[in-house]
Design a protein around this ligand. Structure first.
Ligand code: FAD
Ligand code: PYC
Length: 416
């Protein structure tokens, strides 16, 4: 085995740093009970819960690149459950509860850090929206509280609350249980735990076609390493769902956009919490390495390129420098993009599809990292029982026919 970055990753996964050959790098079998497309957090979590909670272990996770190399490894890791509608509160809070014990569950430190997520209000409309969220969340038993500008500064001292600022701060909503986690650890933790229960994670293997019989029932997939038979196929391929569903002849209510982020050079701890400024499309936290992790808005044009437009980042940095004057002389280390798929109501789609045996989990837009454990958990149950898990049921594809939409546009931190 050659010594390269990927081998190092495998060593981490196996926990056998001296014996990288312990990692199984399986050849695809010709048939599986369940095939999942996409080895991001959602696909790997789904495989883990299929094996652990439903005893379905003959599972393959197909990945066209390397595990965790999609949005899971590219996001700013904000975790919160302060959504407006009851359906959303239920699924994001379900995920939040799983986050709280995930490191113990997987025996892998996912570095979940509930340091508080503060959402800034810059105008009267923001104040009204966030107060409405605070009340809705508290009625649902979810923590969220309103802070004055001065209280926001007490919680996060570098914040500029001058009334003369270009983006004045009128107050903030604070979810103290919100926070961040280590994104690649989440992917690797689920991968290692699923692998140990017999799941095959097959990297560098893209799904290129979906086979259905004359009744439209799924019978398998075509891949770059040959055909694989299965009667249950789950899609968890954020950003690429429409392309994959088109292989089964199905059209999805989704659009794909680049979304980007960047990190600064590492500095001493200065930011004690996560701060989101939804109105300016800027959000920031500090990683344990000391880098300031900054997220920008989505591009305004559809694209599959994993990079975003420069003017989007420069606007974000303008806002960050205004909100946190101490960042003005920092240098940025690197930036990158991911591809998010967005539904018309900005809520995910989880469930069955018109093709028997085909299940979909997509449309998380700019906000699916926080959902990872909950999403995998309910998607696994949906696949195992061939019927939606109760928490997933409101997020069916069917809602676009009935018009019973779950409009969470105001919950998104970033434009889309
Ligand atoms: P992914 O991790 O993208 O996994 C899908 C996998 O499918 C990929 O690895 C891809 O290679 C694979 N794939 C695609 N097509 C095929 C094929 N044909 N065959 C085989 N494999 C295929 N969410 C939050 O909650 N908080 C945040 O702070 C946050 N910030 C973000 C910042 C940025 C810059 C970005 C890009 C996203 C952010 N998100 C955030 C959103 C979040 O990252 C995603 O919603 C989430 O990670 C989706 O996870 P996933 O497992 O579904 O997708
Ligand atoms: O959903 O919290 C979120 C988020 C922050 C940045 C991108 N998405």
């Amino acid at each position: 085995m050659r010594f390269n970055f990927w081998n190092l990753a495998k060593q981490s996964l196996t926990g056998h740093t001296g014996w990288p050959e312990q990692w199984r790098d399986p050849e695809p079998k010709s048939a599986y009970d369940v095939v999942i497309i996409g080895a991001g957090g959602h696909g790997l979590a789904t495989a883990y819960y299929l094996a652990k909670e439903h005893g379905i272990r003959n599972v393959a996770v197909m990945e066209k690149g390397w595990l965790g190399g999609g949005n899971t490894g590219r996001n700013t890791t904000i975790i919160r459950s302060n959504y407006l509608w009851e359906e959303s509160e239920a699924i994001y809070e379900h995920a939040m509860v799983l986050w709280e014990t995930l490191s113990q569950e997987l025996n892998y430190n996912v570095m979940y850090s509930p340091r508080g997520v503060m959402m800034l209000a810059h105008n009267e409309q923001d104040v009204r929206i966030f107060k409405r969220h605070v009340h809705a969340n508290r009625l649902a038993g979810i923590d969220n509280e309103w802070l004055s500008a001065e209280q926001a500064k007490d919680f996060c001292p570098p914040l500029n609350i001058s009334p003369n600022a270009r983006y004045p701060i009128l107050g903030a909503a604070l979810q103290r249980r919100g926070g961040v986690a280590r994104h690649d650890a989440v992917a690797w933790g689920y991968a290692r735990a699923a692998d140990r229960m017999g799941v095959d994670i097959i990297q560098n293997c893209a799904v290129t076609g979906i086979h259905r019989d004359h009744n439209g029932v799924v019978t398998g997939v075509e891949t770059t390493r040959g055909e694989i038979k299965t009667s249950r196929l789950g899609i968890a391929a954020a950003g690429h769902t429409s392309v994959i569903m088109a292989m089964a002849g199905l059209h999805m209510p989704l659009e794909s956009f680049p979304l980007q982020a960047l990190v600064s050079e590492p500095i001493k701890p200065v930011l004690p919490c996560v701060v989101m400024s939804n109105t300016t499309h800027a959000y920031i936290s500090q990683s344990d390495k000391g880098e300031l992790v900054i997220g920008a808005g989505t591009d305004q044009y559809n694209s599959y390129s994993q990079t975003g437009s420069l003017h989007i980042t420069t606007r974000t940095l303008d806002a960050i420098c205004e909100l946190f004057p101490i960042t003005r002389r920092l240098r940025m280390l690197r930036n990158w993009g991911g591809i998010v798929d967005v539904t018309p109501d900005r809520s995910p789609i989880i469930g069955l599809t018109p093709a028997e045996g085909l299940f979909v989990n997509c449309g998380w837009g700019t906000g699916g990292f926080k959902a990872t454990p909950g999403s995998g958990h309910v998607f696994a149950a949906t696949i195992a029982h061939n019927q939606p898990h109760p928490i997933a049921a409101p997020f069916s594809l069917h809602r676009f026919r009935t018009g019973r939409l779950i409009d969470e546009a105001a919950a998104a931190a970033v434009s889309h």
